[in-house]
Ligand binder design. Structure first.
Ligand SMILES: Cc1cc2nc3c(=O)[nH]c(=O)nc-3n(C[C@H](O)[C@H](O)[C@H](O)COP(=O)(O)OP(=O)(O)OC[C@H]3O[C@@H](n4cnc5c(N)ncnc54)[C@H](O)[C@@H]3O)c2cc1C
Length: 420
């Protein structure tokens, strides 16, 4: 009898922990299972350890799915402000960052995890870590949840392999997406969903660093700068983003690139696609060209490297000069302003692909939304089953939107599953 619970939750991540709080508050006996050694492991890695846990501008337009009406119904059932009230009641203070992003006031992701864990401790909800769910079967009286004890990589003496079967009246599948396998991501949750009869659409990484074509990019490795980015196919503008771009040995990353990445990868499936970076967004082209022409006149007869010094990062100036056909060690060529302005205001990169799930922050694709109730995240196919978070075929832009959806789905699922 000890392994029988009203509600078993697979996954102690963002949606699973929020669901556990609400299901327990609704009066249910709740058990949470997670294969990681600590609950909330992924939350700790979010926002570079600061956890961008929500946004002041949550809107359906920030989400991508095959059913835009689904997210509207979700936010009617739980308006975004109520998620903030949920955290406020847990004791979390927050601060506002750029573009409405919300962070815990301490700027520590650990505090977001801790307020949830403190509440679960107060509610006496057990969390079994290092416990991987292998299979779930649904019967007349609920669910049978097969699990195995996982050995942590650093402790080869720890007991492992012991199997336990839990019984659950209702089951919340909150096992997360396929990203970052190094901290618990994987396709296991989707496999369980399929075994229960749910349709899963193809998965692909979204919010992910991009690979670009061309050797020049290696020379820019390590450069960070602010830019305005335009994603283009020929003359067609597909998406814009602004913010920091980080050049790496394989391509580009940084917030502005991550913002574009989903659209870039989706467009790449149809044909070549380009990112045009404007490194001088504060000036119109003509104004900047005039400025460069005046500067070139002032540096006439001197090395181009002297002219370039102090304008922008040297590596960027070298790459732009190469694109404009200007030799770095030669004299400042007359009439170089237009070509250089063009190279700096439309620095074009051809997208070659992404770094894949290993480095992606979100999984696009997943459980068909037509098979899930938006007001409760209950399965329409399996009675008593709830599906939350990244497992669903819906993903948000970067900026706190994905965690916000995880909390929202967890809260709604927990409230419904926890009802007597
Ligand atoms: C590096 C990184 C940074 C990010 N930063 C942000 C950010 O700042 N803001 C934002 O909004 N979003 C961010 N995200 C995305 C966000 O973390 C996820 O969208 C969100 O955590 C999804 O919540 P979830 O409950 O679906 O899954 P998760 O939070 O991933 O939780 C799933 C849990 O299930 C467990 N699990 C999986 N399979 C099993 C199994 N078979 N048995 C037992 N347990 C299992 C996993 O160990 C995990 O703990 C980031 C993601 C990454 C990878």
């Amino acid at each position: 009898m000890e392994n029988k619970f009203d509600v078993v939750i697979v996954g102690a991540g963002a949606s699973g922990l929020a669901a556990a709080v609400e299901a327990s508050r609704a009066g249910a006996s709740v058990l949470v299972l997670d294969k990681n050694h600590v609950p909330g492991r992924r939350i700790l890695s979010t926002g570079s350890g600061k956890c961008n846990f929500s946004n002041l501008k949550i809107t359906p337009a920030a989400y991508h799915s095959s059913s835009p009406v689904f997210i509207k119904k979700v936010f009617s059932a739980l308006p975004p402000a109520e998620v903030l009230s949920f955290f406020e009641k847990l004791g979390l203070l927050w601060v506002r960052g750029e573009k409405g992003r919300l962070f815990p006031r301490s700027l520590k992701a650990q505090d977001v995890v801790s307020v949830l864990l403190h509440e679960l401790e107060f509610l006496n909800v057990p969390i079994h870590t290092l416990t991987e769910v292998l299979a779930v079967s649904a019967g007349k009286d609920g669910f049978s949840v097969e699990s195995v004890k996982v050995q942590p990589k650093w402790d080869k003496k720890a007991p492992a392999g012991e199997k336990t079967v839990y019984r659950a009246g209702r089951l919340i599948l909150a096992a997360g997406g396929a990203c970052y396998p190094q901290i618990g991501g994987g396709a296991g949750g989707y496999g369980i969903l399929q075994s229960l009869g749910h349709a899963v659409s193809p998965l692909y990484p979204a919010i992910v660093p991009l690979k670009v074509k061309g050797n020049y990019i290696k020379e820019l490795d390590g450069v960070r700068l602010d830019a305005e980015l335009k994603l283009r196919r020929g003359e067609q503008l597909l998406r814009e983003a602004a913010g920091e771009i980080l050049f790496t040995s394989y391509g580009v990353s940084g917030p502005a690139v991550l913002d574009l990445s989903r659209a870039a990868l989706s467009a790449l499936r149809e044909g070549p696609v380009y990112i045009e970076a404007d490194f001088i967004p504060e000036h119109e082209f003509a104004e900047f060209e005039r400025f460069l022409a005046e500067r070139a006149a002032a540096f006439a007869g001197r090395a181009f490297s002297h002219f370039a010094c102090g304008l922008l990062n040297e590596k960027v100036m070298r790459a732009a000069a190469a694109r404009a056909g200007i030799a770095w060690s030669a004299m400042v060529p007359p009439g170089c302003a237009r070509g250089l302005a063009s190279a700096l205001k439309s620095f074009t990169l051809e997208v070659a692909g992404s770094l894949g799930f290993e480095d992606a922050m979100v999984t696009a694709g997943g459980c068909a939304l037509s098979e899930v109730e938006p007001a409760s995240f209950a399965s329409k196919k399996v009675k008593g089953l709830y599906i939350t978070g990244e497992l669903l075929d819906i993903d948000g832009d970067s900026g706190g939107f994905n965690l916000h959806l995880a909390w929202t789905s967890g809260i709604l699922a927990g409230r419904s599953a926890g009802k007597p």
